[in-house]
Design a protein around this ligand. Structure first.
Ligand code: LHQ
Length: 255
């Protein structure tokens, strides 16, 4: 259900149920969470890419896999989706959502959960939950209004409109759109460029931004002052300053 590959410090996790547009079953969700935690702990990994095989990114919950289950909706979310979203947001390394195709339902939440969102031209996002009279979950109610505001989020959720890549770029649901034909190479090149950046500083940046999403300016200033000390005490900072003075590119991959 999940393919794992590592190249040049970039760990790519590929959801692999292409016949169902990578609709998520428990096995996929639990192994994704496990893989995310492992990648976070693995010193050889600097960037994590989450993508899908075939023409879909992730079509959300596998609707063939829910009937007859002996868990409530609440239990199911707390057992599978929520730990995954927490693992992505809590991961100390940048996570790239590489949205190669349609992202629907909880798949849309996964497309929004990454630190960087790269889309293929033919990708699309659908907050499709209301088609089956459910509410957006797996973090969609938190991510989407922060990106597009309450009202557009409500409309996208209520009407389950399909957001195509040009509009996604305009709305701020993704950072870059690449041609389908070269998508994988573009994602790998982007990820490798990110992998060359200072890992400790990026980890602290992610921590500070995550906290700031729900904090006051006063609290953000306090946390910045605290974490800047951690960054400043790290060898990466010395390397950056030395490289600047020596008029050379810093090497943040050593150490
Ligand atoms: C699928 C699915 C799918 C199974 C495509 N399941 N097979 C959390 C907790 C607990 C319960 C419930 O939910 C949640 C969170 C959620 O994620 S709720 C939202 C669940 N997802 C959906 O409702 C999306 C259902 N899929 C669709 O509406 C369409 O497939 C989309 C719009 C995503 C793509 O449409 P098309 O490009 O036209 O592809 P398709 O519909 O032909 O799908 C291709 C195949 O994939 C097809 O199988 P088949 O054997 O006919 O070729 C679909 O049945 C299968 N598939 N999504 N979620």
């Amino acid at each position: 259900v999940l393919l794992t590959e590592t190249h040049a410090g970039v760990r790519t996790l590929t959801m692999n149920r292409p016949d169902k547009l990578n609709a998520a079953n428990d096995a996929l969700l639990l192994s994704l969470t496990e893989a995310m935690t492992q990648a976070d702990a693995d010193v050889s990994v600097r960037v994590i890419v989450l993508t899908g095989s075939g023409r879909g990114f992730c079509a959300g919950q596998d609707l063939g896999d829910v009937s007859g289950r002996n868990m409530t909706f609440t239990e199911h979310l707390n057992h599978t989706y929520n730990p995954l979203i927490r693992a992505i947001r809590g991961c100390g390394k940048p996570v790239i959502s590489a949205v190669n195709g349609v992202a629907a339902g909880a798949g849309a939440s996964l497309a929004l959960a990454g630190d960087v969102r790269l889309w293929a031209r033919s990708a699309a996002l659908i907050e499709i939950f209301s088609n089956i009279a459910l509410i957006p979950d797996s973090g969609s109610t938190w991510f989407l209004p922060r990106l597009v505001g309450y009202h557009r989020a409500f409309e996208l959720m209520a009407l389950a409109d399909k957001v195509r890549s040009d509009e996604a770029l305009r709305l701020g649901l993704c950072e870059h759109v690449f041609p389908d034909e070269t998508f994988q190479q573009e994602v790998q090149a982007y990820a490798e460029a990110l992998a060359a950046r200072p890992a400790n500083a990026l980890k602290l940046t992610k921590q500070a931004l995550n906290a700031a999403m729900t904090s006051t300016l006063d609290a953000a200033l306090d946390l910045e002052a605290e974490l800047q000390q951690v960054a400043g005490d790290h060898w990466e900072h010395q390397e950056g300053v030395t490289a600047f003075k020596e008029k050379r590119a810093p090497d943040f991959r050593r150490g």
